[in-house]
Design a protein around this ligand. Structure first.
Ligand SMILES: [Mg+2]
Length: 248
């Protein structure tokens, strides 16, 4: 077929962040607002100068890819701040680990509702081609906010099924690099793993595709790690998903 995957492939599974949507920018902005509120408050109390959260360096080093509460702990520790843990139900903005994590999530949800999340045009074009051929497509993402992200990006209706952090918690699915979530995606589309292809930009996600014995694994290289994606088991690595459409 003209999709650059083996003819045996009958269903398509896509990771979300980094493959379909440019979610990192909105996460970084939400973290910045939540942390800057905290830091400004402390600066007023102590008289020490306010040094804001850096949405590039601090984001990469302390919060990117971590669970929300872990991100709070790591970043505040980097500023020699210790916060009490608090409770999961803490009011957003309470100076506790849970309160700051809740504040970040509240800001994120507000941004998702009012701003448009960017997409990767190459993947959107490819998904459109898959849809044009009448083949089923699912999003497989660890995010608990995947539904809001897809709606904000304007691409929710491109997919037939969604396996996200909420489904994973309900069904007790293990996170990547375990293959559970991709297996659930194939099941939702009604095919065995061997007839599904996995699209992933993360090393752990490619490893999940390999571990799950999927029919094909496409590594999507957004940051210049093609070799590492291959080492984790990608059958092919592309930096632009449209490259697959160009293949004979
Ligand atoms: Mg990703």
């Amino acid at each position: 077929m003209a999709l650059g995957v083996p003819d045996s492939i009958k269903a398509f599974l896509f990771d979300m962040d980094g493959v379909i949507t440019r979610t990192a920018t909105v996460h970084a902005a939400a973290w910045k607002q939540a942390f800057d509120e905290l830091l400004q408050g402390r600066s007023k109390q102590t008289g020490e100068p306010f040094r804001p959260f850096d949405p590039v360096e601090d984001y990469d080093r302390y919060v990117d890819g971590r669970e929300r509460e872990d991100g709070v702990r790591e970043f505040v520790a980097s500023r020699q701040i210790t916060l009490p843990e608090g409770r999961p139900g803490d009011r957003p903005g309470t100076p506790t680990v849970c309160g700051i994590a809740n504040r970040k999530n509240a800001i994120l949800l507000d941004k998702l509702a009012h701003e448009r999340v960017g997409v990767f045009d190459d993947t959107v074009a490819y998904v459109g081609a898959v849809r044009g051929l009448g083949l089923p497509r699912a999003v497989v993402s660890a995010s608990a906010n995947a539904a809001q992200v897809l709606i904000s990006a304007g691409v929710a209706d491109l997919f037939d099924a969604r396996i996200d952090g909420i489904v994973a918690a309900e069904k007790h699915l293990r996170g990547k690099p375990a293959p559970d979530m991709f297996w659930a995606g194939a099941e939702a589309l009604g095919v065995p793993p061997g007839q599904a292809v996995v699209f992933e930009d993360a090393l752990a996600g490619v490893a999940a595709g390999r571990a799950g014995q999927f029919g094909f694994v496409v590594g999507v290289d957004r940051v210049g790690q093609a070799e590492a994606l291959k080492d984790q088991g990608a059958d092919v690595v592309v930096s632009d998903v449209r490259e697959l459409l160009a293949q004979p």
